[in-house]
Design a protein around this ligand. Structure first.
Ligand SMILES: *Cc1c(COP(=O)(O)O)cnc(C)c1O
Length: 410
């Protein structure tokens, strides 16, 4: 592929020859949709009626007072149907599937959130749906597998390799190559071969477009800093795209620092020096890989940030100096979550809590006439087991889990 789909040196479409026609078909459908003045209003209407958009911007008055620095505002993507910003992407791609006249969708999923979102979209649009998921993930994410199957999807456990997300992606690609005539691959984040980073960022841009207008309506001005967590980069791209042209707004992407970026046990691609440039899974970006190009094990308390690659568009924005990248550790994230629950009654997903943790470090250094905006990419209900483990301070909970385990064994 030529320069199309490149963001300086990042991106591209490194795909098997056999997929070229299908990718071109998708590129055309996307370009047609973007050029159709009725398409974006149709998307917004769908998200309004099905997913409660526009999601609000909430003033976090108690946290603001607690830190005594910048005013803290929160964009509430947790209020979407299925509990996160992922709904924006899957519903948007669902509309593209309808335009292409395809009847079947497939997707990869790690923790299962994207699988549930895709299965939801498939049910709503009457599409066949197959979800590829590493066998290890199937075992540790039972509740999501349960809901995907109830929603009508077929969940295929992948037993290759480490039996996790990257193996699920490979298997989904294999399916697509075999069934591309009637099948669309619903990629879950702003990664993968062109045009996926562009498509996913386009649908997620609804976050930033709304948030910019809402914050301006509330405060009469734009924020000084905007924070979003970065897994593959879709909620961050969505939020940042509303502010890219506002030179006075600093954009901060927050990656998973895991046990610390100096321990090797993290998923910081752009905020550490551990990642290197490579080509994998159809695109070129920074990957956490060893000298032979083998993908390394990543680690994070938040499953949705636990990924070896990162959006080529964000890698480009880093080089341009437009987005600053930071990493927060598991411990800092748990503490930020505790504080947010107790001060504001909000339960951010562990992924989102990374953005909160970094914002909390910086808020006290700013003045009360400054404004920061945090993207709460999802809700934390799904994290109940992890959070209970991390807090580890509730004997009644331990007894409950023990009791359930015994019931299952009986
Ligand atoms: C999946 C997920 C993420 C990470 O994905 P991005 O593509 O980086 O946005 C972040 N937050 C939540 C709540 C998620 O479910």
């Amino acid at each position: 592929m030529s320069t199309a789909g490149y963001y300086s040196q990042y991106g591209g479409a490194f795909i098997p020859e056999i997929l070229v026609a299908t990718i071109q078909e998708l590129e055309r459908a996307f370009a047609d949709a973007q050029a159709d003045p009725a398409f974006w209003p149709e998307f917004r209407q769908l998200m309004a009626s099905y997913s409660g958009r526009p999601t609000p911007v909430t003033f976090a008055g108690n946290l603001t007072q607690h830190f005594g620095g910048a005013q803290i505002y929160i964009k509430r993507e947790d209020l979407n149907h299925t509990g996160a910003h992922k709904a924006n992407n899957v519903m948007g791609q669902g509309l593209l599937v309808q335009r292409m006249g395809k009847k079947r969708v497939i997707a990869e999923t790690g923790a299962g959130q994207h699988g549930v979102a895709t299965a939801t979209m498939a049910a709503k649009f009457g599409l066949d749906c197959t979800i590829y998921m590493g066998a290890v993930d199937v075992a540790r994410q039972r509740p999501n597998v349960f809901w995907m199957e109830r929603l009508g999807a077929t969940v295929v456990p992948v037993t290759d390799g480490s039996q996790t997300l990257k193996d699920a992606i490979n298997e989904a690609m294999r399916d697509w190559v075999t069934n591309m005539d009637d099948t669309h691959y619903v990629l879950g984040t702003a990664c993968g071969p062109h045009p996926f980073p562009a498509i996913v960022s386009y649908f997620q841009s609804i976050i930033g477009t709304e948030a910019r207008q809402q914050l301006h309506d509330i405060t009469g001005r734009l924020p000084d800093r905007v924070y979003a967590c970065v897994g593959g980069g879709s909620n961050a791209m969505g939020m940042f795209s509303g502010f890219l042209d506002d030179a006075g707004v600093e954009l901060i992407g927050v990656e998973a620092g895991g046990e610390g970026v100096d321990t090797g046990r993290h998923a910081a691609r752009l905020a550490s020096t551990d990642a290197s440039l490579g080509v994998a899974q159809g695109y070129k970006t920074y990957f956490l890989q060893d000298e032979d190009g083998q993908m390394r094990e990543t680690h994070s308390v938040a499953a949705g940030l636990d990924y070896v690659g990162v959006s080529p568009i964000l890698a480009h924005h880093k080089d341009q100096g437009r987005v600053r990248f930071e990493a927060t550790t598991d411990d800092e994230v748990i503490e930020a979550l505790r504080l947010t629950m107790q001060k504001e009654g909000l339960i951010p997903a562990l992924e989102s809590a990374h953005a909160f943790a970094q914002a909390f470090k910086e808020a006290p250094t700013l003045s009360p006439d400054q404004i920061i905006l945090i993207n709460q990419s999802g809700r934390g209900d799904k994290d109940i087991f992890t959070v209970a483990d991390a807090f580890n301070d509730d004997p009644a909970w331990q007894a409950f889990i023990q009791n359930k385990a015994e019931q299952y064994r009986a």
